[in-house]
Design a protein around this ligand. Structure first.
Ligand SMILES: Nc1ncnc2c1ncn2[C@@H]1O[C@H](COP(=O)(O)OP(=O)(O)OP(=O)(O)O)[C@@H](O)[C@H]1O
Ligand SMILES: Cc1ncsc1CCO
Ligand SMILES: [Mg+2]
Length: 298
């Protein structure tokens, strides 16, 4: 970094080294501090989310009741909301929870699963615009859909041909870069710390705080053959958010997942054993393996 760099917005190699230190610190701090990240998440993958948070070194608590969540948020380091499976009462509960988390200065991660599908999901996701999460983690299609829903895109720059795609992405990560950057800036404006981040998952993950954008290659295509790889990554991102700032938390969790899934692929023999091996690898991967990962600034 240069001497007059107090407004520096580029990551020199020295800053990437500083980022690596903070990533190693986040991985170690989670393992030392066992922070609680609370989840309101879908019931397809709820068990994998809790187990992945434990394997990363944190602890888990799942809840669906607004007053319970608001009280638990007082003892949790961070929170996670995932809109994968919806029940009628969520339409009232989730906007209320987002408002209370905001009012109480609590950080949270949103996984906007299947954004763009169904009036109820759209109403819930739209309501988060005013009281947004600290981090949004989703696949490219979900980030593009949420950006459009929040009206963050200039009307002429909306990605043409983008459509909702169920819980799987139909868009490449690159198509979501501008949406992700705009969204990160929106999150930062409303965040308790003035900082926010967006993580777009795919073959090469992309993480941005609106100013800096990093590509994180690697991982395993076997991640798409188990359900909940993305959901549990969201939960683990919340675990890291309990000990680190949003950009560091999002990068650390994505790198942890990439390194762990590479180990799991080598040690497994199909989706069933892959899921088990992934939990083992989340537990065993070292802070150094995570922090020395390839990080490409865009
Ligand atoms: N082709 C791929 N190669 C390597 N890693 C991948 C690939 N596709 C996804 N991943 C990894 O899988 C994890 C989940 O990302 P994905 O984009 O599949 O999330 P998602 O679509 O929200 O998943 P789900 O909703 O099924 O939980 C991330 O760690 C991502 O890096
Ligand atoms: C399969 C599925 N359906 C709703 S949520 C979910 C988990 C992956 O997002
Ligand atoms: Mg998903």
């Amino acid at each position: 970094m240069s001497d007059n760099s107090y407004v520096d917005t580029s990551y020199s190699s020295a800053s990437i080294d500083a980022l690596r230190e903070r990533i190693a610190q986040a991985v170690n701090d989670v393992r030392k501090q066992t922070p609680l990240a609370q989840s309101f998440t879908n019931f397809v993958t709820i068990n994998l989310v809790a187990n992945a948070q434990l394997a990363a070194g944190g602890t888990a608590a799942m809840s669906f009741l607004p007053d319970d969540i608001v009280d638990t948020a007082e003892i949790a380091g961070s929170n996670y909301i995932n809109v994968g499976t919806l029940l009628p009462f969520y339409k009232e509960a989730l906007p209320q929870i987002a408002y209370k988390l905001h009012k109480n200065g609590k950080t949270w991660v949103l996984d906007p699963v299947a954004a763009g599908i169904g009036k109820t999901r759209t109403a819930i996701l739209e309501s988060f615009r005013t009281y947004p999460p600290t981090i949004v983690r989703g696949n490219a299609s979900e980030i593009i859909a949420l950006d459009a829903m929040w009206g963050l895109a200039a009307s002429d720059s909306a990605a043409p041909g983008t459509r909702p795609a169920g819980v799987e992405a139909v868009d490449e990560v690159d198509a979501a870069i501008e949406a992700a950057r705009r969204m990160a800036r929106h999150l930062a404006k409303h965040s308790p710390s003035g900082k926010g981040a967006v993580a777009v998952s795919g073959a090469v993950d992309l993480v941005t705080d609106g100013e800096h954008t990093f590509r994180l290659p690697g991982g395993s295509a076997m991640m798409t053959k188990i359900t909940g790889a993305g959901c549990s990554l969201g939960g683990v991102t919340a675990t890291y958010l309990a000990v680190a700032e949003p950009l560091v938390a999002a990068v650390s969790a994505s790198l942890l997942y990439n390194r762990a899934s590479e180990i799991a692929e080598r040690e497994s023999n199909g989706p069933g054993s892959f899921q088990v091996a992934l939990l083992d690898a989340l537990w065993n991967v070292t802070a150094e393996q995570v922090a020395t990962s390839e990080i490409i600034e865009d």
